[in-house]
Design a protein around this ligand. Structure first.
Ligand code: AP5
Length: 219
């Protein structure tokens, strides 16, 4: 199964992708996670990407397209994947179409997570992530059992550098000016679904599963 998640920063793409990964047994490909891993390991891509990410800007298309092209060829992607954070520009969407053609597969669903501005700000300001296994928590909505500690692996929880107020503002502007255009790119397709992302994560997941059943995917 092949799924694309669209939505503003903080809409809940990563949270939903992890639920889909668990239920349907497909890999969660988050370009944000791949980039952060490269930044932490100080790789060539990481060193190039860091400045863009910390300023709320998009990393150049050529870097992102090469990264995704390589990642989808890995063994764990053979039975499908859920893409979180890619595509983000029309150029990336066009490149993705070629990638899918090359793999000889079609997109089963494009899910557009629609959340209000208030929801987005509230979610990003409370987000905390596990340093070890990358589980996503929220200080109010989805808190860990013990403050600052991951329920799953016990590692420390941290706030992302780009979740600081001034960077969030820039990321939202970039979303509105560049990424939102992808909605009209994909909404003409049968596989496009709009999801109410203001709901609780479990409720949102139920809505997603209902839509996936319509395309014959029930996990
Ligand atoms: P990336 O990591 O992809 O960030 P993003 O798209 O801005 O999205 P987020 O990860 O901030 O939010 P999310 O929608 O996944 O929400 P989450 O589930 O965490 O990208 C970071 C940067 O990398 C970009 O700015 C760019 O520089 C670069 N980049 C990445 N991909 C690129 C590309 N293709 N091209 C160019 N540059 C690229 O949820 C948020 C919070 O809300 C969490 O605390 C969660 O617990 C909580 N929450 C989630 N859902 C719910 C719910 N339903 N109810 C209550 N709480 C909820």
């Amino acid at each position: 199964m092949y799924i694309i998640l669209l939505g503003a920063p903080g809409a809940g793409k990563g949270t939903l992708a992890k639920m889909i990964e668990k239920k349907f047994g497909i890999s969660h490909l988050s370009t944000g996670d791949i980039l952060r891993d490269n930044v932490n390991r100080k790789t060539c891509v990481g060193n190039q990407a860091k400045e863009y990410m910390n300023n709320g800007k998009l990393v150049p298309d050529d870097i992102m397209i090469q990264m995704v092209k390589g990642r989808v060829l890995e063994e764990d992607c053979k039975t499908g994947f859920v893409l979180d954070g890619f595509p983000r520009t029309i150029e990336q969407a066009e490149a993705l179409e070629l990638i899918f053609n090359g793999l000889n597969v079609t997109i089963d669903a494009v899910l557009n997570l629609k959340a209000s501005q208030e929801t987005i700000i509230e979610r990003l300001s409370g987000r905390i992530i596990c340093n070890g296994c990358e589980v996503i928590y929220h200080t109010e909505n989805i808190p860990p059992k013990f403050e600052g500690k991951c329920d799953k692996c016990g590692d420390k929880l941290y706030q992302r550098d780009d979740d600081k107020k001034d960077v969030v503002k820039k990321r939202l502007i970039v979303y509105k000016t560049r990424t939102k255009k992808l909605i009209s790119y994909y909404e003409r397709q049968n596989s496009f679904y709009e999801i109410d992302a203001n709901k609780k994560a479990d409720e949102m997941f139920v809505e997603v599963c209902k839509n996936l059943e319509k395309v014959g995917k029930s996990g």
